[in-house]
Design a protein around this ligand. Structure first.
Ligand code: AVJ
Length: 320
């Protein structure tokens, strides 16, 4: 008989009005689109392809760090813990951590219910000792989890992939405060962070030779055409990713190649030749800046592991 290892917790807030959000972003002087719009099915596949690119060192470096240090992380956190992941855990990373930690319970949190449940089922198929509490939530918003999880003694939160970098620093700090509230004092939080480095390395990672990142960036237009019946023509835009050293972030833009008028959900949007739509920030951190941000959000740094080139860091925080 199959064990009852999967429970599901549904607590999605009312969906934000996408049309309003998109039109508001396109009405600003610097036009913007929300980065979450990258991830329709094709966008998620393109992102998977990005993680395997020779120029995109982030994923491979983080996996190397997890291979090296997951046993030590498990020793620090201890047995009988609850592992909460911010995101659905479809990747090799969560497997490395699960195998080292063998938690009592794994709590993946994701806004996309189908993706969340499919990922959870694959893990259950492979680990017969695992129980999963799949939480369909928007973790960027304040959230409350079931009592049995919130009251667990030992908790480890996991937020890999440098996804913290998609937030601006004030948003990131607020996010860390919320995580600190959810996890409580004494709990651990393991973050994967992309570090500040030479701009040529950074810019190459977001301007790959094969053009996968360009396709990923332009896919946001295709996605909008489908969901908001917009009239973007991908061919009239070019991909640009540049490092903004003042703000320590890679910015992705789509640059209009011509003067054009575009219908977006019934509104006409004018773009001049050379004008940009800002589609993503990917903030890079210096370890000390991250630590002081974490401290101001209620976390002490327990340990930082980096690779030989200092490209990427695993940062283990503990709630104080
Ligand atoms: C998944 C947000 C961490 O910022 O590096 C990859 C997304 N964008 N290439 C990143 C992304 C362009 C990625 N994050």
């Amino acid at each position: 008989m199959k064990r009852q290892a999967l429970q599901v917790f549904d607590h999605l807030p009312a969906p934000l009005d996408l049309r309003e959000e998109v039109l508001k972003g396109l009405a600003q002087r610097q036009k913007t689109l929300p980065a979450k719009l990258f991830y329709d099915e094709r966008g998620s596949q393109l992102f998977e392809a990005i993680t395997a690119l020779p120029e995109y060192y982030l994923t491979r470096t983080e996996i190397g760090l997890l291979r090296q240090h997951s046993d030590e992380i498990a020793r620090i956190v201890g047995a009988g813990s609850v592992l909460l992941e911010y995101g659905a855990g479809a990747s090799l990373k969560i497997r490395l951590l699960l195998e080292a930690l063998r938690p009592d319970c794994y709590v993946p949190m994701d806004i996309s219910r189908g993706f969340l449940l499919a990922a959870a089922q694959r893990l259950l198929d492979d680990y017969d000792w695992l129980s999963i509490y799949a939480a369909c939530v928007d973790y960027s918003q304040p959230l409350s989890l079931p009592r049995q999880i919130e009251q667990a003694e030992r908790k480890l939160g996991f937020f890999p992939g440098s996804s913290l970098g998609n937030f601006t620093p004030p948003e990131a700090r607020q996010f860390l405060q919320r995580v600190r509230q959810t996890l409580g004092r004494g709990s651990y939080f393991l973050l994967g962070i992309d570090l500040v480095k030479d701009r040529t390395v950074l810019e190459a990672a977001y301007n790959d030779q094969q053009g996968v990142t360009a396709a990923f960036n332009k896919n946001i237009l295709r996605h909008l055409n489908q969901t908001l019946s917009a009239g973007f023509d991908e061919q009239r835009f070019r991909h640009e990713a540049r490092y903004n050293a003042e703000q320590s972030r890679i910015e992705m833009h789509l640059i209009s190649e011509v003067d054009q008028m575009i219908n977006v959900a019934g509104q006409q949007i004018a773009l001049r030749k050379g004008e940009s739509i800002h589609t993503e920030n990917s903030c890079k951190y210096r370890p000390d800046a991250l630590q002081s941000m974490a401290r101001s959000a209620g976390f002490e740094t327990r340990q930082i592991w980096t690779d030989g080139q200092n490209y990427f860091a695993l940062v283990l925080l503990q709630g104080v």
